[in-house]
Design a protein around this ligand. Sequence first.
Ligand SMILES: [Zn+2]
Length: 119
Amino acid sequence: MIPVAFFAPTPEVTMPSKPSKKLKALRAAVMERAGFRCEGTPLSPHCRLEHGLPHGKKGKRAILRLTHLDQDPDNTDPSNLRMLCGRCRTAWDQRFRELSAAAARHRSNGQIELFGARP
Ligand SMILES: [Zn+2]
């Protein structure tokens, strides 16, 4: 006999199809604060790439995106929100991807963490 849990539905991961009015308002406020320019990160504090203007070797348009610096979408404190260009966002997110990958490797090794998360 197959256990009932075998057929239990897996929780669906859903992405919101459209941003909420609250998110749109938040994005607009942060974009206005930023003056339609990338606000940079501690890794790239001087980036001021302007939204919509071509840049780089290929001349692609810069698209600024609302970014939560701590990666927590529930933390909407203004100090945690930045409008970032793709380059700044990728560099910033890379730190979190590396930490996440390291944590996953650590878990897959079957080891437990005795002294908190590794840096
Ligand atoms: Zn930037």
